[in-house]
Design a binder for this molecule. Structure first.
Ligand SMILES: [Fe+2]
Length: 386
């Protein structure tokens, strides 16, 4: 049943529902905003999702500027650039609109504005000394969960490494979670981000720091995402988009209050080296690493099968666990996730460095079955050849 004593805290207030994006002006005003930096990327801006935010801020009489130099697998360099501009513009409030990259960039900018030094200085486990600049997060994908997590994952391009600010004080004050924004999401983005959310739920449910509270969120997230992901990718409706948005944000609460594990260690290693989209990086390892982890807690993996909608009545725990993993494989295939060996740039010569980065990831210790650097190396080769 996990830990006998634990704490559970939700650092972010959630406002959920169609149209909540239009409340950003009144929410920012109530939190004391006078000059807002909207942090987004060009794809989100071109999709028209920043327009309602601008209109709402204008209606509330709040001055704003837009910072759009955010890329996938956000760079420390763009966090530094955003912080310099925010300082010069006397920004006192941040609004992130987008997937994980704008939200994580916003958390890093908020950290630099309130703490100075470099982003690298604040990467680690609860190193912040005060709250960051107030942040409202508006997710436009159903994946990262960053709107409710205390994490900001950023890429140090020189070191080919992903680093993580992990601190409640870096979390958004308010998350405005509007499922309507998913309706025009490109299907490959719905697929990869949705599998990222599913991975958050599976890893938070099975990791060594899972608690009964996080288990409850994780299992329901697995149910919601698995029920809706295929339809949301192929024929999005407000109903299946609502299921995906709920699933991703509930999974975010689960892994924000527990942890992720080896799948994310490997995913962040390849994301830091090849710039692979984060959700795809997770998906290519999700089934095989889950199978590797089954002996650590077969019953939990059997419960995952049930949450995935499989009738496990006549199965042993081991059979149910394997049926669940087959379903994870089927989901990845059905939404068009490629194989690890087919990802752009993947080179077996890099596997020793990837294994080293995976073993050094702060979440490695949370994997339910211990994995050494040598074992990571073997798993990279195994999954490459599957
Ligand atoms: Fe993730």
């Amino acid at each position: 049943m996990g830990l006998s004593t634990y704490s559970f805290k939700l650092p972010t207030r959630v406002e959920f529902g169609s149209g909540v994006i239009n409340k950003v002006g009144q929410e920012a005003k109530a939190l004391g905003a006078t000059k807002v930096m909207i942090i987004s990327d060009k794809g989100v801006i071109n999709a028209g999702l920043v327009k309602p935010v601008e209109e709402s801020l204008t209606a509330a009489g709040i001055d704003y500027m837009i910072f759009d130099h955010v890329v996938a697998n956000p760079r420390i360099t763009s966090c530094n650039e955003g912080a310099e501009i925010a300082k010069a513009e006397k920004v006192n409030f941040l609004v992130a609109v987008g997937g994980g990259s704008p939200m994580d960039t916003a958390k890093a900018i908020g950290t630099l504005l309130t703490h100075g030094k470099t982003v690298q200085d604040w990467c680690g486990d609860h190193l912040l000394e005060r709250e960051i600049t107030p942040l409202i997060a508006i997710p436009t994908t159903a994946g990262t969960g960053s709107e409710v997590t205390p994490f900001a994952v950023v890429t140090d391009t020189e070191a080919h490494k992903k680093l993580n600010i992990f601190d409640d004080r870096a979390a958004a004050k308010v998350a405005l979670i509007d499922p309507g924004v998913l309706m025009n999401l490109p299907s490959h983005v719905m697929a990869s981000t949705g599998v990222d959310a599913l991975t958050h739920a599976v890893e938070s449910y099975t990791c060594t720091v899972a608690t009964p509270h996080t288990d409850a969120y994780a299992l329901y997230a697995i149910e919601l995402i698995s029920k809706n992901i295929r339809d949301a990718v192929h024929t999005p409706t407000l109903e299946n988009c609502t299921g995906m948005m709920l699933g991703s944000t509930i999974a975010g609460i689960a892994f924000g209050c527990a942890d992720c594990a080896a799948i994310h260690c490997m995913a962040e290693a390849i994301g830091g080296r090849y710039d692979t989209p984060h959700g795809v990086s997770c998906a290519v390892f999700l089934p095989s690493i889950s199978r590797y982890n089954v002996p650590s807690d077969t019953e939990k993996y059997a419960n995952i099968a049930k949450a995935l909608g499989i009738n496990t009545f006549d199965m042993t725990l081991a059979e149910a666990a394997e049926a669940g993993i087959k379903e994870l494989e089927n989901i990845c295939v059905d939404v068009g996730i490629p194989k690890f060996r087919d990802l752009k740039g993947v080179n077996v010569d890099d596997f020793p460095a990837l294994a080293k980065a995976s073993s050094e990831n702060v979440s490695n210790g949370s994997n339910p079955r211990p994995i050494s650097e040598e074992e990571y190396l073997r798993l990279f080769h195994q999954i490459y050849n599957e």
